[in-house]
Write a protein that binds this ligand. Structure first.
Ligand code: NAD
Length: 488
């Protein structure tokens, strides 16, 4: 079915998006990947399982579209992105329902994600027409230096399941704005949103082959084959640090440029002088957005002694009051985890911490039933050598630790191989900034529980990644500077 005949259809219908791989503007039918509703365990749809030959066809399509797309005037590329933003906004409710169905997140979270995701198209529509260049006089006086930023070439984009729309638009927006053509490989757990977005893109006027979408149960095989193809010049990956390392090694073989948005282990610091209610509000957002399945999720709460007990009591009250249920139920505040394996991991981490002396204030055991539910959980007295004190929890579990002074807080915050996000609550802004400067992290939120913004550079240091997405520099991840030495 041609995408442009779909206008007016219900974008929340999984069947609509299970019709094929999207290559060169065509839908290629197939089966092989079951998509499951994590709230019930029921089958929602089946999508095609791409093989390496189809991945090569996607590269052919991206190659065939590349010359035209890079020479399309920036204003025209911007207008297409802007229409895509508009279409996502018009279909926001349906997209949110679809995200909620396949990912499980509460509708309120899904609506927030659609707005955030669409904003990347609007932001990069505005950036497409402002791609910078550079002119300098050589200090020697010998010549002039001219720097032009050119599209890097075909980009392979790999995204995780936790933000199925936003992780895709955060890459597609700047790539298309830069003049690149792309192959998107979304996570197998949440492919329907990616296909829905591709349909909207086609309606917005994205030419065939500029955006191609492949789903596969053999991500390593198809990605390795694509990275080995010299036409692919960029890998932009969002996912776990473990997979990121494997991909960096693979990309090294052909020296493909890599942007890596990897795992996180965000510390959330609360000083004695913080506004307790504001800190609790922020803690709930930082911990519970997306049921804790976020790379920026507060993973370790460090609270100064004077405010510690009140913080634990307040957090417990709020976490225990949350309504857990199917994401598509309007009353739900916390949806299911993505898989049974995710629930089993939480159960293992919490049980081990309890066996080592941690105290459970609420939650602490998986919920019965067919869905993949784990309740909001608060622990304190967690030993610092417990696995949960260092692992990326990725679920609705908050561990609260005590600290005495600034130096200890910074040392605890930095006691991790990750460095993506951190949160600091204090009434003293100069202290908050000083502490923020001391924390090894790509992003610091001060007296706020949320930092993500398409206009800001998103990304991490240490083993949380390489490069930045969003903001004015995000587009440069998809461009190569070309230097001209000129005499005149
Ligand atoms: P994951 O690493 O298991 O998978 C991410 C994507 O990589 C999926 O599409 C998967 O199919 C694919 N993949 C897996 N193995 C591959 C291989 N060998 N070659 C090529 N592709 C492969 O991660 P996940 O479980 O989907 O997502 C959760 C992780 O993502 C967490 O660690 C989280 O912190 C991280 N994340 C980071 C950011 C960020 O911006 N830093 C944002 C969201 C999620």
């Amino acid at each position: 079915m041609a995408p442009d005949t779909l206008h007016g259809q219900d974008y929340a219908d999984p069947a609509l998006h299970a019709q094929g791989l999207y290559i060169a503007g065509e839908w290629l039918p197939g089966t092989g990947i079951p998509v499951v509703d994590p709230a019930t365990g029921d089958l929602l749809a089946e999508v095609p399982d791409a093989c390496t030959e189809q991945a090569m066809r996607a590269i052919d399509a991206a190659e065939a579209a590349a010359a035209n797309w890079r020479s399309t005037p920036a204003r025209q590329r911007a207008e297409i992105l802007r229409r895509w933003f508009q279409l996502m906004t018009e279909h926001a409710d349906e997209l949110a329902r679809l995200i909620s169905l396949e990912n499980g997140k509460a509708l309120s979270d899904a609506r927030g994600e659609v707005a955030y995701a669409a904003e990347f198209f609007r932001w990069y529509a505005e950036e497409a027409v402002r791609i910078p260049g550079e002119f300098r006089h050589a200090p020697s006086g010998a010549h002039h230096i001219l720097v032009d930023h050119q599209p890097i070439g075909i980009a392979v984009l790999i995204t995780p399941w936790n933000f199925p729309a936003a992780m895709a638009t955060r890459k597609i927006g700047p790539a298309l704005a830069a003049g690149c053509t792309v192959i998107l490989k979304p996570a197998s757990e949440t492919p329907l949103t990616a296909y829905a977005m591709a349909r909207l893109g086609a309606q917005a006027g994205v030419p065939p082959g500029v955006v191609n979408v492949l789903t596969s149960t053999q991500p390593a095989a198809i990605t390795n084959a694509m990275l080995a193809d010299p036409r692919v010049r960029k890998l932009s990956f969002t996912g776990s640090t473990g997979v990121g390392r494997v991909l960096l090694a693979e990309a090294a073989k052909t020296v493909v440029s890599c942007s890596m948005e990897l795992g996180g282990n965000a510390p959330f610091l609360v000083f004695d002088d913080a506004d307790l209610e504001a800190a609790l509000d922020g803690a709930m957002v930082a911990k519970m957005r997306n049921a804790g399945e976020a790379c920026t999720a507060a993973n370790r709460f460090y609270v100064q002694s004077g405010i510690h007990d009140a913080f634990v009591a307040g957090l417990t009250k709020r976490m225990a009051a949350l309504r857990v249920g199917a994401g598509t139920d309007k009353a739900t505040e916390v949806g299911p985890m993505i898989t049974t394996a995710a629930v089993a991991k939480l159960d293992r981490l919490v049980s081990a911490a309890v066996a080592q002396g941690a105290r459970v204030h609420t939650g602490g055991k998986p919920l019965p039933g067919n869905g993949y539910f784990y309740p909001p959980t608060v622990l304190d007295k967690v030993p610092l050598d417990a696995e949960i004190a260092h692992a990326e929890i990725f679920g609705p579990v908050a561990c609260v630790y005590r600290f005495e002074d600034e130096a200890e807080a910074i040392a605890l915050a930095n006691d991790t191989e990750y460095g993506l996000a951190a949160y600091v609550y204090s009434a003293d802004l100069s202290r908050a900034l000083r502490v923020g400067k001391g924390i090894e992290s790509g992003m610091i939120a001060i007296n706020r529980g949320l930092m993500s913004d398409p206009a800001a550079p998103f990304g991490g240091v240490k083993q949380s990644g390489l490069g930045r997405e969003g903001g004015v520099t995000g587009i440069l991840e998809f461009m190569e500077p070309k230097y001209f030495a000129v005499d005149f």
